[in-house]
Design a protein around this ligand. Sequence first.
Ligand code: 4NP
Length: 153
Amino acid sequence: MIRVLFVCLGNICRSPMAEAVFMHHVHAAGLASQIIADSAGTGHWHLGEPPHPGTMRILHARGIPYAHRARLITRHDLEHFDYILTMDEMNWQDVQELGPGRAKVMRLMEFAPHTGQTEVPDPYYSGRFEEVYHLVNEATQGLLEYIRREHGV
Ligand code: 4NP
């Protein structure tokens, strides 16, 4: 099983959307028996909460099923997952500070260089959930292609 973890600050907006959209692509590719995903946050404010209504609205409008409760990333995740994808530089730094691990820690937007964006902007205050969807949709497709090449699946 190939394990993929998406990480943002609150684990209610960006990383849940990335997880859901990535798994949507995984299902469409017929790879759901080989690839699983989860998401986590680096901040504790929303632990146990469902995804933000802005994220759920986007997913619902596109027919992408999703359920999740916000949780914190732990050191165990660095061993358990094969890939950890961060949404912005602060998340990337926070994950580095957990210490070394087996997982490859990468910035999600590395997988969509054509967008010209290096981060997925936080929509919590801006409300720009459509922009988040556009970016994570592009980047999770690139990520899936990368994983398929690396694992020959
Ligand atoms: P997320 O968005 O990191 O994409 O889940 C945020 C959610 C909550 C907060 C910040 C960002 N907050 O400050 O509570």
